[in-house]
Design a protein around this ligand. Structure first.
Ligand code: OGA
Ligand code: MN
Length: 209
């Protein structure tokens, strides 16, 4: 395990603010391996248009959401992916120990926003389904990312998708965590390829009585 990921500061910030941005979550070497893995999957045509809604309500609407994704599973597991997943498992356990969040599992996909792609304001849960508790994004971009490159993650701090917000640049190695059901957020149109791993710590739905 090569990560310098420290769950402690993430737990503290999540309690205090409900969100946190952590630069250098994983070593540069690991981030660049994850980017290479993503690029190889992209070249192999494995990333698919993401959509909105699910089941019969699933739609691909590039004007709302223009990213391409590939779910991470054991088939895509290599050393860097294993390090990433181990760092997220450390977070899951820390959140459960300190905050009693009862997180059962973590799901994630490789994500690419081609130039011009965006994701309009949304909350990270489907209607009538609240199993996503904490959202995570690890950015995989190489080199500097300037404001002029666009593609910021805009996190709205109030209860509506307008007004006070923070803009986070998708710099390689930065990990962003936030409470999935509390924060409206959007991805502004990116001016260059924007790579990341987007994930969610989830609770298993409880049986309906
Ligand atoms: C998402 C999302 C944010 C980002 O995929 O649901 O909001 O910065 N991503 O990529
Ligand atoms: Mn989201």
């Amino acid at each position: 395990m090569t990560a310098n990921a420290d769950p402690g500061s993430a737990v503290d910030a999540l309690v205090e603010h409900g969100w946190v941005s952590l630069p250098h979550w994983l070593p540069d070497e690991c981030v660049s391996q994850l980017r290479q893995l993503s690029e190889a999957n992209w070249r192999a045509g494995r990333l698919r248009h993401a959509g909105v809604g699910r089941g019969a309500g699933f739609r691909v609407l590039p004007e709302v959401r223009g990213d391409r994704v590939l779910w991470l599973d054991d088939a895509t597991a290599d050393a860097a992916t294993a390090d990433f997943l181990a760092s997220m498992e450390g977070l899951r356990l820390a959140f459960n120990r300190a905050l009693y969040l009862g997180l059962d599992y973590f799901e994630a996909h490789l994500t690419m926003y081609p130039p011009g792609a965006r994701y309009r304001p949304h909350l990270d849960h489907f209607r009538n389904s609240h199993h996503r508790v904490v959202s995570s994004v690890l950015y995989l971009n190489a080199g500097d990312w300037a404001c002029a490159d666009g593609g910021q993650l805009r996190l709205y701090l109030g209860s509506q998708p307008r007004g006070e917000h923070v803009d986070i640049l998708p710099c390689g190695g930065t990990m962003v965590l936030f409470l999935s059901q509390r924060f409206w957020h959007e991805v502004l149109p990116a001016g260059r390829d924007r790579w990341s791993i987007t994930g969610w710590f989830c609770r298993r739905p409880t049986a309906q009585i």
